[in-house]
Design a protein around this ligand. Structure first.
Ligand code: CA
Length: 461
């Protein structure tokens, strides 16, 4: 059978197998990423997917390409969709990147370990990252023996598609986007009662940690004093939420749907409500690979850009779901991905449902403009927020320009966009998206990150 017919017959099986089978598949699928039966695990137990060579019409093969091969890691969540689509729909191959391997990573830690090894050692050359992981790897802050591995941020993979989930036992306490005094007192009271509100993320000091911290602090809760934040594997977090030992979870689609549908909990907020069109995850590749393969990098990026455009056409979303939900990729029932890909979210706890395509994960254009272009102003927000919580020293801000110019290669993105035939009007003119607005009225002006830090009531710095 072809990949496609396999996926369709599998979907049919899941639909007919009934709700309990769906639940058990959900329990072991998604972010838990258990090894697939018969899969050969590589370094740290990740499962490299096969390299598929796809024949494409309208070839725009790049002349003088230095390599047709690259290995990119991904985590099976909506953020990875455009990488998978670029591979499966032949957009990488169209530009001459005919031997791209998309390798599923067991977790963020193994993605980091694998990029440290590089593909020559059986690892990966780059792939999908939460921010500011490429910076932390470049500076040797999260690598083994603090080895500095220069990374280049080349494109943003998506915006939005994440949220704050809360355990069902906290229903009826007013835990939503905004917390009134009673809701704040309720959370703080849990600590005083010796049962502090425990919230989890899957990797510390990056997106999920930053989203939950932003939401708490904007609502008068000090994330370092009033609650307990910790790193927990996603599957375990949901299990813990079920048994009542975990209170919150900063998570990406398709978890929100599952949490609400299975009555494990409810959504306090979508990240799109916290910060509309916020930056989410990125494509970054080892700098040594990019420097050695400049044309291949442009070809790869051009393929990704076309895939991102494809992903955002509403008429392609059903096919997107059919592909990414498949066994080789996310390995989840298609029906858990269909609603978020249509911007449909049941929030639970009496909150109205959300139904707006522009509130779901977006890959090419959001309400503000281009999604794929890696704005340096967004990298600066992640760095500033890291300073806010003491994850990076304050002095990081004094050489912000040198640091960001070294890691963020928006210049390469622009060349690739031209190659992909992107209209000039769709190519951002500035490396800054300008001032950003958050739900609590706070503004981040990239011209003055210090003023942003000053404006925040709760911070560590
Ligand atoms: Ca995410």
């Amino acid at each position: 059978m072809t990949k496609f017919s396999e996926q369709f017959s599998r979907r049919k099986f899941i639909v007919t197998a009934g709700a309990s089978a769906v639940s058990s598949i959900l329990l072991k699928g998604c972010l838990g990423n258990p090894p697939e039966p018969g899969a050969t695990a590589g370094a740290d137990g990740e499962i490299p997917a096969a390299t598929s060579v796809v024949a494409v019409a309208n070839e725009k093969r790049v002349e003088g390409i230095e390599s047709t091969k690259i290995t990119l890691g991904y985590i099976p969540i909506v953020e990875a969709a455009s990488l998978i689509i670029a591979q499966e729909k032949g957009f990488f191959a169209k530009y001459g990147m005919t031997e791209v391997t998309i390798a599923k990573q067991a977790n963020w830690g193994s993605a980091r370990d694998n990029v440290e090894i590089g593909s020559a050692g059986g690892g990966i050359d780059g792939g999908q990252w939460q921010m500011p992981m490429p910076y932390l790897i470049s500076k040797g802050l999260i690598t083994k023996n603090s080895i500095q591995i220069p990374m280049y941020v080349l494109a943003q993979l998506n915006t939005q598609g994440n949220g704050i989930a809360i355990a069902a036992k906290h229903q009826g306490k007013g835990l939503g986007l905004k917390l009134d005094q009673a809701a704040q007192d309720y959370i703080k009271g849990l600590k005083q009662a010796g049962t502090p509100f425990k919230a989890a993320y899957t990797f510390p000091k990056v997106n999920q940690d930053l989203w939950i911290r932003y939401w708490l602090a904007a609502n008068g809760i000090n994330p370092d004093a009033d609650v307990e934040l910790l790193t927990v594997p996603a599957a375990q977090t949901v299990a813990n939420m079920k048994t009542g030992s975990m209170d919150g979870f900063s998570t990406g689609d398709p978890w929100p749907l599952r949490i609400v549908k299975e009555k494990i909990g409810f959504m306090a907020a979508l990240t799109a409500e916290i910060w509309k069109a916020h930056p989410e995850e990125y494509l970054a590749i080892r700098g040594d690979w990019v420097d050695k393969h400049p044309k291949a990098t442009e070809a790869l990026l051009a393929g990704l850009i076309e895939a991102q455009q494809w992903c955002d056409k509403p008429e392609n979303r059903a096919e997107l779901v059919a592909i990414v939900s498949g066994k080789s990729f996310f390995d989840v029932p298609a029906q858990v991905l269909t609603p978020p890909y249509a911007g449909k979210y049941a929030m639970g706890d009496g909150k109205p449902d959300i139904s707006d395509f522009k509130m779901g994960p977006l890959y090419w254009k959001d309400d503000i403009g281009n999604v794929s272009y890696p704005y340096k102003s967004h990298d600066l927000w992640f760095i500033t927020e890291s300073v806010r919580w003491g994850f990076l020293p304050t002095k990081t801000l004094s050489d912000k320009k040198t640091l960001i110019d070294k890691v963020n290669r928006a210049d390469i993105w622009k060349k690739a966009a031209k190659l992909a035939g992107v209209a000039d009007t769709d190519i951002p003119k500035s490396t800054s998206r300008g001032p950003e607005k958050f739900f609590d009225g706070i503004e981040f002006n990239p011209e003055n990150p210090e003023a942003y830090l000053k404006s925040l009531a709760i911070k560590k710095v």
